[in-house]
Design a protein around this ligand. Sequence first.
Ligand SMILES: [Zn+2]
Length: 243
Amino acid sequence: MSSVVNVTTEAIEKQYELIKQYYQKFLKKFGVKLPTLRNGKGELTKNSLVLVYLSFGYPKTRVVSKIELTNFIRKFDPNVPDVQQGRHLAAQDGWWIVSGGRDNIVLKVPSGYYQLYTLEAPYPDFKQGHRLKEIKGWDELKLKYHNRCATCGSEEGKPHLHWSGTKTSLQQSHLDPRKPLKPGNIIPQCQKCNRADRNRWVYDEKGRVIKLAYAKFVLNFDEDIQQRIYQILNKKYGGSKRK
Ligand SMILES: [Zn+2]
């Protein structure tokens, strides 16, 4: 079950070069991290070995067990503990490696196994987060959202998901309408979601409402919610006006 494919150093170097080509063409622009093939001592690095091993036969990659992967790495470093690199390479470095036992949409991989899905797109959860603030261009920002509205997912230029007679056009919307519309405070929203917003809400980077931005809008809330808010605030501020 966990027999390791025998490979020469030459084959590893060749495979690494192939990965590097895909990386430069498809992944570098997203900030995916390419591990170095060798460390300062000239030894093959664990990350590069894992990537190489998972990518053999690309684009027809195999499902590889963690045990098989660990055994492969141990050929180069016999003392290596359990290999966790598959998960690290995905979540932290941006490679689209599917770990088994999760809610994967692209591949069915059993628990304890890995499969490299593609070298032509970054790992889905990798694209935003830390790097979003660095984005300057609007086109680049839209690309990070696959040209879709952050809130409803309608795709630019295509029929709107909820108004199929309407062509989706993406607009620059505030994450927080109380702050200026500039890099770090912009999400793409379709014309429908942007209009429904009317500067009432604060969004997170996934287009989900996280706060109220316009206090008077509480008057539109249901009566029982308004009562509840009143009680909460009355308790907090003790009936006195906030300084
Ligand atoms: Zn929308």
